[in-house]
Design a protein around this ligand. Sequence first.
Ligand SMILES: NC(=O)c1ccc[n+]([C@@H]2O[C@H](COP(=O)([O-])OP(=O)(O)OC[C@H]3O[C@@H](n4cnc5c(N)ncnc54)[C@H](OP(=O)(O)O)[C@@H]3O)[C@@H](O)[C@H]2O)c1
Length: 329
Amino acid sequence: MIYSPNPDRYNTMLYRRVGNSGLKLPAISLGFWHNFGAKESLESSKEKTLYAFDHGICHFDLANNYGPPPGSAESVFGEILKKDLLPFRDEITIATKAGWQMWPGPYGDFGSRKYLIASLDQSLKRMGLEYVDIFYHHRRDPETPLEETMQALDYIVRSGRALYVGISSYDAPSTQQAYDLLKSMGTPCLIHQPQYNMFNRSLEGELHRVLIQNKIGCITFSPLAQGLLTDRYLNGIPKDSRVKKSIFLTENQVEESMQKVTQLHQIAKNRNQKLSQMALAFNLRLDAVSSVLIGASHVSQIQDAIGSLQNLDFSAEELQAIDRILNPS
Ligand SMILES: NC(=O)c1ccc[n+]([C@@H]2O[C@H](COP(=O)([O-])OP(=O)(O)OC[C@H]3O[C@@H](n4cnc5c(N)ncnc54)[C@H](OP(=O)(O)O)[C@@H]3O)[C@@H](O)[C@H]2O)c1
């Protein structure tokens, strides 16, 4: 059957400007780190992607290594594009990244010009695209000179492989240096992608200041702390949850966080929201943040995320109560 998107898809989503660029992103964006690899059913990946698009989520975030196995999330996304979404390519912002280990040997990791350009060419092939909208350097490389990495990003834009470039998980001083280098080359640093959620507040200090001062956009990843900041683990650890499927979230983390999560639930309830919705609103309250990058194993989770837009405001009392739970001292 030919896919025909919901004609009302842009009516309820909120679109926020990315820094001082011309680009806007949906307040909720969908990431492909988990739940979209070769081990998932193509039908389920397609259902979530099309549901998102039908509800105004027109930004999809990938990376060379997303899967498992690495590369397979891009291949799956390529299948969905080919079958259903390519006619709407100009309505979609597609991001990919390189920076973590992708292939063996000295040229498949970190931040050399050789790695970044070869990796992006592979990503384009897997997705069946001529260009991506945003290409990120995925993490700071302690050895490669930042000049080389930024020159590679500048070249990637000039060669037409990406429309914009960004950086991910860079600390504040490296972000400032990357911004300055790119600016000197005439290519803006569009966006930063840091982790941020109620448990990891590191964005709030110096990094936020650098982003605001230089008008760099920001999209936060793991806003739900991979599912901890939801009702997923309130009654134990479900068999189909991330804890059971991935090495990146452990039973210990669930145990350690549950007391705080239970208290946060009460605040969310008083706001007529689910905790997952309050957690997303908590991210979107920061001035620099244009969008939150969610993961989803079920369509209902995307639905919940969209519901967060019904209440994005926090009173000073609510923020104080949240801080008391997270920093009891
Ligand atoms: N730049 C980087 O280095 C980096 C690193 C990590 C992630 N990212 C990006 O950020 C995206 C999101 O990361 P993430 O998946 O860790 O984000 P997240 O939104 O914090 O966690 C998503 C997980 O939370 C659970 N969940 C979501 N909504 C829920 C709801 N309403 N109720 C109950 N549980 C819910 C699901 O877990 P279950 O699977 O248990 O259902 C889901 O897989 C990634 O896909 C990727 O694009 C980037």
